[in-house]
Design a protein around this ligand. Sequence first.
Ligand code: HEC
Length: 607
Amino acid sequence: MSISLFPVGLRACLLLASFLGGVCAAAALPDTALQPDLVEQGRLIYVEGRLASGAALQATRNSGAALSGRDAACTNCHRASGMGSVEGQARVPPISQRYLFGQADDLVMANVDGRRGKTLNRGLSGYTEATLGHLLQDGISPAGRQVSDVMPHFTLQPSELQALRSYLQQLSSEYSPGVGKDVIRFATVITPEVSEARRSVFKSMLQSALASKNSSTAPRKRHMAAAASFATQTERHWDVQVWELSGSADTWGAQLNAHYAATPVFALLSGLSDSNWAPVDAFCRSQALPCWFPSVALATAGDAQYGLYFSRGVALEADVLASYLADAAPVRQMVQVVSADNAAARAAATELRQAWLPKGHALQDVALSADPAQALVSLRKALQATHAGDAVALWLSPAQWPLLEMLTPPQGVQFYASSTLGQDAAWSTVPAAWQPVLHGIYPYQLPQERAANLAYLHAWLKLRNIPLVDEVLQSELFFSLNLMTDTLQDMLDNLYRDYLMERTEDMLGKRESAKAWQESRDRQTLGRLGRVAVKSESLSGTAVPDALNAEGAQRRAFGVGISEGTTIYPHLTLGPGQRYASRGAYIVRLAPGPAHTLEAISDWIVP
Ligand code: HEC
């Protein structure tokens, strides 16, 4: 299914070219008759800090400090995309092809430092191999400026300089696949086991968000975009393909490749899976395709090179449980009840086993089949075999939670259930007999404490008559879509996948603080929900003024009530190379009484 709504007509460029006095040329791309071996030698220098001779790249600072090898590599500061970064107080400028070697009339712009609002980096025109060598050796730019000492000095041989120049000449010289002049294409992936209720609310939210997104960037509605995004034509029509997988997991890779061959996309935007996401993550890695904050039970089995995830899902839960129990009263034996046909449940059991056994503790696994009658028999037997002092980890799929109702918990045994697998709503259906012994591993903000974080989501849903089916899923999707909107807007016309990843690593935590702060203020000043909802329509921009950062920090320091996040998670943040934005969980239990209120019995545990 493809959701494609309004074709964007007139280009803002035409409207604004005279106003800005600039020229709106499309990216003028050089025909790169670059020698592949030179580009590769350049890559070694830029990315790995190694010379063709095999020796380490050497650099020095005016202070005399020396850097060598990977520490000296350009990518540390200018990043893989070449789009620069912020290093402490220093702004590292973009040095990709368009910025170093672009045409004088190529209106390139980047907003590297989101903290300072819209101060734009422009092209550094005038670089040649010789002036690049001069800059690297002496720190003097082609314009004759002595650059900051944060930029180290490098002495390169002519052939090394030539290689580096060749590499820079092709670096981020073209948009990544999926980006067209007027359109940017995404896909979202849903794995087969996802229930119809979750699938359907996911799709209606997506469709509704896209409809407003694409109508707000239609020609006459463009007032919401910043002047810079007008000029650089960054407001594109969004097209989102929904790739619904079918059959067994070993065929998903081929299904994804076929979809991708038919429609290359810039990124996977959100996604939905209750079981096995590893094949999707592997697909993203193979295509160097960002896999953008999907709602999944288990992120990946691997290193998530191109995946950005809310958390490690059930693997995180397993580690939190192990770390909680290590400090709690001694456990006689650990029993794991595992939904056998759910890959995420199996992965959680493996993770807990790895964390548990080295401590010399006994552990036993019980597999539950997908057939409810058989599962009931196995679960009953497992419970009968437990003794007082045992702990039971429940890695159950949502369909298996009702089994508890048919059984009585044994005396003196503590139970710990996954929240991610069972889904948050399961907590409101726990049978009375189980309430005193059933604990949860809870990687979210507690329900009664997250109302402020989620006010915008609730208002947004209400305005559109979309039901609240699954707060976790809906909060995650809402965040994923909003973050993509904001991040793309910040990237201006520099639509490279590496830059998308880098930008998010750098800005996520700052954006969360700024947005949470802004939303708290809106709630105070706008008051009523209806007005918040209207404001939620026009959310955009992630510029984080320094003053605002400082004020937020100050308010936190004085303990003034301010929400830290905008999602179901207490706070999301990333750093270079980090792939999981939330890294802890609570152990919770149901407070006595009919209200099914969850209360934390541990601190936020970060294993
Ligand atoms: C430790 C961080 C760091 C590393 C490593 C680094 N740079 Fe830089 N670079 C900077 C900073 C900061 C600036 C901005 C300096 C200024 O504008 O005063 C800069 C500026 C530049 C500029 C633009 C200067 C101008 O204004 O015209 C170029 C070109 C450049 N670097 C190339 C490189 C290359 C090529 C490498 C690797 C061989 C590299 N840099 C490694 C931090 C770094």
